[in-house]
Design a protein around this ligand. Sequence first.
Ligand code: SF4
Ligand code: SF4
Length: 72
Amino acid sequence: MLRAVIYSERCKGCGLCIAACPKKIIAINKSEFNQMGYNPSMLTDPGKCIACGRCVIACPDTAIEIKEAGDA
Ligand code: SF4
Ligand code: SF4
């Protein structure tokens, strides 16, 4: 099944993907910092992802891809 995969090391925590997601399943992970020092976003409920790609288009840092679940 296809779903969004977030590459947290590329994420700057801008939140644009959160606003773009119609399923409201993206949130900032405040308990984690990536190597750039940002709190990255994360999927809160990957099973609800409909692979619409809106988060991919919204992300200015190409930190999200649509992939087969389990590939990443
Ligand atoms: S692909 Fe669509 S449903 Fe899945 S996380 Fe991105 S915006 Fe949300
Ligand atoms: S839009 Fe991209 S850079 Fe911004 S929070 Fe989402 S994944 Fe991170």
